[in-house]
Design a protein around this ligand. Structure first.
Ligand SMILES: C[S@@+](CC[C@H](N)C(=O)[O-])C[C@H]1O[C@@H](n2cnc3c(N)ncnc32)[C@H](O)[C@@H]1O
Length: 434
């Protein structure tokens, strides 16, 4: 079915209905199908003529929700196609890569995960079509309205490899010629974008690290009371493992690292040693960032902090949870804040999700590689990572400790094995709800 009345040579490959608006037709028809295959237009709703836009916006998502005005035509086509399926039916759609991360597709992604027995996402690292620069995926959902069983994600290097993988299960070897990587999540069907679960921000920008960051020895030399300082992490190497406890920080302090951030509260400015240190600061060649802020001696810091993440790491992104109160980080690290109040075990379960092979595959796809093999991840890239939702919580801290220790030991494969094992277990205790 195509709204375009012009015949094309490939029309002889099927029974083609031209000049028919699929969105209007699918809303009316009582027919239901075993298979629906589509290659919908990728056109933002904003660029549609008003009358077509109106039809597209009338389409409801399968869960009854309205489609956002920011969405794209493909979403309306996909929602309409799902409506046409019989129970047990299957659907195959060619979609833009945005299927995996667009906010406006979140609710349909969740619906898919709950409503199909098997889901396959085939992503190609090269464009599938000459005229479409954007990355594409092929989404396959089988067993409509049957119990969710598996979710697999394949990353193919070429369109040819993608097509041959679609041609038959025998060719779909996990790490064989066709797919450079494959992720399988069984028994766990809820996938969340990282930005739905946590916020990632840069740590504090001091503007003058030589002045604002102090070691314990320097603190004593200047006789500064601890009340004018915040315990701080200023290097990725300061992340000792899965948890930042007071004990871990004390070890860092005693090793001579710069672990204090000078940040006096207004009530202490007249304290003689603090006042003397402030004068020292005023006499330094004021950095641009320092002189611009008010008051200049207070490094702006995120309101709250649940953990730390290194944006530049050869080990890949991993989260160290903050256990020590008041501990904060400078901008060599990212600070994470969970958007809901989670227990420490719940936080650990989400941190474990970061270490699953599923997430590490995505990271390898999006990272920007710098000198010496260092890979940098921007908060936006991180926010789009798709995390499996943990279905159990109890004991997650211990497992996270083991997985993180393996990662820091250089054994990333073992770290993922431990994390995957945690997610494979189908026992559902204390489900963490996002
Ligand atoms: C990406 S092309 C796919 C073309 C062809 N089906 C294929 O796979 O080669 C998208 C097609 O959707 C058609 N189209 C756009 N809006 C439509 C609508 N409301 N109903 C049916 N077809 C539509 C366009 O004419 C265009 O041919």
């Amino acid at each position: 079915m195509d709204i375009d009345p012009t015949h094309v040579p490939t029309d002889n490959k099927a029974q083609v209905l031209r000049g028919c608006d699929f969105l209007a037709w699918s809303a009316d028809t009582e027919e239901r199908f075993d298979r629906v295959v589509g290659n919908p237009p990728y056109l933002s709703f904003r660029r549609l003529p008003p009358e077509l836009r109106e039809v597209a916006l009338r389409v409801r998502q399968p869960d009854g929700e309205r489609i956002s005005g920011n969405a794209n035509c493909w979403l309306a086509f996909l929602c309409s196609a799902v409506r046409l399926l019989r129970q047990g039916g299957a659907l195959g759609f060619v979609l833009p890569a945005a299927w995996e991360y667009a906010d406006y597709a979140q609710s349909l992604r969740n619906y898919f995960c709950k409503s199909f027995e098997d889901i396959e996402v085939h992503r190609c690292s090269r464009p599938l079509f000459e005229l479409v620069q954007e990355g594409s995926i092929v989404l396959i959902g089988k067993g409509y309205l049957k119990s969710p069983l598996s979710f697999q994600r394949f990353l193919h290097t070429t369109p040819k490899a993608l097509i041959s993988a679609l041609n038959g299960p025998s060719q779909r070897s996990p790490l064989g010629r066709n797919a450079v990587s494959k992720t399988k999540v069984s028994g766990n069907r809820q996938i969340r974008q990282l930005k739905e679960i946590m916020e990632i921000r840069l740590g504090g920008v001091t503007g003058d690290a030589g002045y604002f960051l102090l070691s314990e020895k320097q603190r004593r030399e200047h006789r500064l009371p601890v009340t004018c300082l915040r315990p701080v992490l200023s290097k990725a190497q300061h992340l000792p493992g899965s948890e930042l406890t007071s004990k871990a920080w004390l070890t860092l302090r005693d090793s001579g690292a710069r672990v204090w951030l000078f940040r006096p509260p207004p009530s202490l400015l007249t304290h003689p040693h603090i006042a003397a240190y402030l004068i020292l600061g005023k006499n330094r060649p004021a950095g641009h960032k320092v002189s611009r802020r008010t008051p200049w001696y207070q490094t702006p810091l995120p309101r709250s902090c649940d953990g730390f993440l290194s944006g530049m790491s050869s080990a890949g992104p991993w989260i160290a949870l903050r256990v020590m109160p008041r501990l904060i980080a400078t901008n060599t690290l990212y600070i994470i804040r969970f958007l809901k109040r989670y227990s420490l075990d719940e936080r650990a379960a989400w941190a474990l999700a970061m270490l699953t092979s599923e997430v590490r595959t995505q990271w390898q796809e999006v990272r920007r590689v710098y000198a010496a093999g260092l890979a940098k991840l921007e908060p936006g890239d991180l926010g789009r990572l798709l995390l499996p939702e943990p279905h159990r919580v109890s004991g997650a801290r211990k497992v996270l400790g083991e997985a993180t220790a393996a990662l820091l030991d250089g054994n990333a494969a073992r770290a993922s094995e431990i994390a995957d094992g945690w997610f494979r277990d189908r026992r559902r205790q204390n489900a963490v709800r996002a």
